[in-house]
Write a protein that binds this ligand. Sequence first.
Ligand code: CMP
Length: 144
Amino acid sequence: MIERTFIMVKPDGVQRNLIGEIVARFEKKGFQLVGAKLMQVSRELAEQHYAEHKERPFFGELVDFITSGPVFAMVWEGENVIATARQMMGKTNPQEAAPGTIRGDYGLTVGKNVIHGSDSPESAEREIRLFFKEEELVDYSKLM
Ligand code: CMP
């Protein structure tokens, strides 16, 4: 099924100049970029984005980190992109992520793990809506 997912290069990934490498992996895999922006996440947006982790002991750290510098937010489209993107990212903890995955190749700690991707169709829809306006997403369907 053709799906859309929300992918974000976190502040550590942007600072380490990994935007191009990460975009390239998704492009080469065959997915289509339908939205992208370099942006600073506000505390309000961070708290909404990570609402499901509100009770976790690391919630404060999570919000501090994601608001600490620019992130590169993207929407990718393609066949089964939600689950496939998660496979390409690897496990949340980079120490458990397989070599060849983005976190396995570039991450070191669970907090600074380079990239975020939606974990389900419901969170993809919610996160895309949270970060992007409809008019910020492009339409390739009329390409000639
Ligand atoms: P992400 O996919 O962005 O969603 C929630 C994030 O919480 C996760 O990536 C990790 O970066 C972060 N996280 C998970 N466990 C911990 C932890 N024990 N300490 C700090 N951050 C964590």
